[in-house]
Ligand binder design. Structure first.
Ligand code: SF4
Length: 382
């Protein structure tokens, strides 16, 4: 992709950034035509750098990940580009070392953005019409452990954000199972603005593989916690990440994963194929899985994900839900539909309705149609 970008944009300065730039800048240096290689800590200076750099030199701005200690690389939402929903980064880095993952090596240690800074941005988002914030981070559940002498945490932050009148919904991007404690579960249950959707990575349904991955749970702990969450919030959507083709994953391990995913009834599964990372311990493991098998397993899980998502949506047919109107679309015949999502992440379209962006609308879920549930308006809630 980088070489293609260079070929197709001879008159442009080509900048490479992100985790690959952070970890492999020496290899990238050998590709002719890159003007700037910016590591994870340098991304936000790109615009300033652009003016200084020349086409013909490769400038490297990569600070080793272990020095990325301060929460100093925040890219704030710009008011000119805001939608109804905004991603709000509150945390970066990770201190866990899952054996397949290079994030701790390229993103540095876990560090949290200060509460004041987060709230300032929430206030800015709210005054610019944002109604839903999605709290994002590499390891969201560890938020607060490195600041304010441990007096703050994710539960307290959610509670503070919920005080903003203009913010109607708070969603989490992803959270590790072991970080969901009683305090957090209590907020999930009692904060009326908290979206009933949790993305909790499973990675494998076989304890042997979980152990090799250095994941901090086994399937029985996972099952118990998910059961508790579902008892507490019955309409919740639990989505997950599963990795296929980790070394030593045989057909028996994979069957266990498929069966376990069915048992949990995930609403959706994001499937990833294992790939070797030279920094990571899993690269040293024997019994690698071949690419063809990885592809087949990936396809099977994607099919399962579709089936589970269909079943999940079906449970809510004929019920009433609130959606946040995000935009509108037209079909080939020129018919207009308003679009939005429910708190538990079901995508909704409402035929022949032009809702105001950011408006909360109560709808009846009528039927499933490919990626959407077709609904009709019950009440406008403002
Ligand atoms: S998979 Fe997640 S928890 Fe594990 S090391 Fe990577 S970022 Fe950290």
């Amino acid at each position: 992709m980088i070489r293609k970008a260079i070929r197709q944009n001879r008159k442009s300065k080509i900048i490479v950034t992100g985790c690959y730039a952070q970890s492999d800048y020496e290899d990238l240096q050998k590709i002719e035509g890159i003007s700037l290689i910016a590591g994870n800590g340098e991304k936000n200076d790109i615009l300033q750098q652009l003016e200084k750099i020349d086409f013909h030199d490769t400038v490297i701005r990569v600070k080793p990940a272990k020095y990325l200690k301060k929460y100093d690389n925040i890219l704030k939402n710009k008011s000119s580009s805001l939608h109804t929903r905004a991603w709000l980064k509150i945390q970066d880095g990770c201190n866990r070392f899952c054996t397949y993952c290079k994030v701790p090596y390229v993103r540095g240690p876990a560090r949290s953005r200060s509460v004041e800074d987060v709230l300032e941005e929430v206030s800015n988002l709210s005054s610019n019409g944002v109604k839903e914030v999605v709290l994002a981070g590499i390891n969201l559940g560890t938020y607060g452990r490195d600041i304010d002498k441990g007096k703050t945490n994710l539960a307290k932050l959610i509670s503070l954000i919920s005080n903003f009148k203009g913010i109607k919904r708070i969603r989490l991007s992803s959270i590790e199972l072991i970080d969901i404690d009683a305090e957090l579960l209590n907020i999930f249950k009692n904060c009326s603005k908290f979206c009933h959707h949790l993305h909790i990575p499973l990675q494998s349904g076989d304890n042997k593989i979980l152990n090799l991955m250095n994941r901090p749970y086994d399937t029985s702990i996972f099952y118990q916690k998910i059961s508790l969450i579902k008892e507490t919030i019955p309409d919740i959507a639990i989505t997950t990440d599963i990795m296929v083709g980790f070394p030593n994953e045989d057909s028996n391990s994979f069957s266990k994963t498929v069966n376990f995913a069915r048992k949990i009834c995930f609403a959706k599964i994001h499937v990833f194929q294992y790939s070797n990372r030279k920094e990571c311990l899993a690269a040293l493991l024997p019994n690698k899985v071949d690419n063809r098998t990885k592809k087949e397993r990936s396809k099977k899980l994607q099919e399962l994900s579709k089936e589970l998502f269909y079943d999940f949506q079906k449970k809510f047919l004929n019920s009433i839900a609130e959606i946040l109107v995000e935009d509108e679309i037209k079909d080939k015949e020129g018919r207009i539909y308003s679009r939005g999502i429910t708190s538990n992440y079901i995508k909704i379209i409402i035929p022949d309705f032009i809702g105001k962006k950011g408006e909360i609308v109560s709808v009846k879920l009528n039927k499933i149609s490919s990626n959407y549930v077709v609904s009709s308006v019950q009440t406008l809630l403002g």
